[in-house]
Ligand binder design. Structure first.
Ligand code: FAD
Length: 277
């Protein structure tokens, strides 16, 4: 289908984008367009104004920020996947970004767009949840920061209010003691995850500070807290991986199939963490 008519403005800066967004109640941010444009074509959204933030200079970067790495919201998945700083200090993020869609999707889609869109089947939201990432938002009252746990509120729902922009994402630097894995089950190579699992922990004798987050097992990315406790205790985390989840049934799989996948993938992810991928 053809989208409903809309006006189009290019934002030159974050402040300019906020001004443009404030000028119309139904204005929408356009970043890589890979999630928004299909929804415009289906007329799920009919904004009267699209504010293109894709050319704002200085919002595409990966920077060293002390104990963290800062990623600009407009950084494309390909650049996240190939950033040397991420590959060195947080390879979980770069590895997962390299599994998103296909090369075309990775060269257009942005990390900020992926978070703002908050599709429960997306890869990076769960990875950032497992890492306790911080998400910076530019709102009417200035800049504020949310944890990933607080940012995702429901399917396609976030802490963003109308007219606000995600500007930066901060993830911790992992140490040599950290082990990690990201596993994604999908039917075709470029598809979204039927179920995905991000696992990270410290290994110093045993496993400590375990974090396991699930993709497509509920309305938001979910922490598998019973599985985390089992991993730390040396029990089988797979056996309890679906506790506290509410997976959907859709054309990719039934809720029951997803529960089974979560169990298998969590078991594999925790076994593979620190090993070969
Ligand atoms: P857009 O489409 O421009 O915007 C998406 C939404 O976020 C819109 O509501 C927009 O208003 C809002 N928005 C965008 N940027 C900001 C911002 N900085 N601040 C506030 N709001 C903002 N994703 C996966 O995770 N895994 C996959 O395997 C996968 N496969 C895909 C396969 C295909 C064929 C396609 C088309 C997409 C796929 N995606 C997948 C989604 C892809 O990663 C999208 O690019 C991403 O989800 C949205 O990023 P974007 O920059 O394109 O955002």
């Amino acid at each position: 289908m053809i989208p409903a008519p809309f006006d189009y403005e290019v934002a030159e800066s974050v402040d300019h984008a906020r001004e443009l967004l404030a000028s119309r109640e139904d204005a929408k941010v356009l970043a890589g367009g890979h999630s928004l444009l299909p929804l415009l074509r289906l007329r799920v959204f009919r904004p009267s104004l699209l504010v293109d933030v894709g050319r704002i200079e200085g919002l595409s970067y990966v920077r060293d920020a002390g104990s963290q790495l800062a990623i600009g919201a407009l950084t494309r998945h390909h650049d996240v996947a190939t950033a040397p700083l991420l590959q060195e200090h947080n390879p979980l993020v770069s590895y997962a970004a390299g599994l998103i869609g296909d090369p075309q999707v990775r060269h257009r889609g942005t990390i900020g767009g992926s978070l703002a869109h908050a599709d429960p089947a997306s890869d990076l939201p769960a990875v950032l949840l497992a890492l306790d990432a911080e998400i910076e938002i530019a709102g009417a009252d200035g800049i504020r920061t949310h944890t990933a746990a607080d940012f995702f509120r429901g399917a396609f729902e976030t802490a963003l209010a109308p007219g606000e922009l995600v500007t930066e994402i901060r993830v911790p630097k992992l140490s040599a003691e950290h082990i990690w894995s990201y596993l994604k089950f999908h039917r075709r190579a470029q598809d979204w995850a039927t179920v995905g699992v991000a696992a990270v922990a410290r290994r110093n004798g045993g496993v400590s500070e375990p974090a396991i987050a699930l993709v497509s097992m509920g309305a938001t990315p979910l922490r598998a807290s019973d599985a985390e406790a089992a991993w730390e205790a040396g029990d089988d985390p797979g056996a309890v991986a679906d506790h506290g989840t509410d997976p959907p049934s859709d054309t990719n799989g039934s809720a029951e199939f997803r529960r089974h996948l979560a169990q298998v993938l969590v078991r594999r992810a925790t076994e593979q963490a620190g090993g070969d991928r």
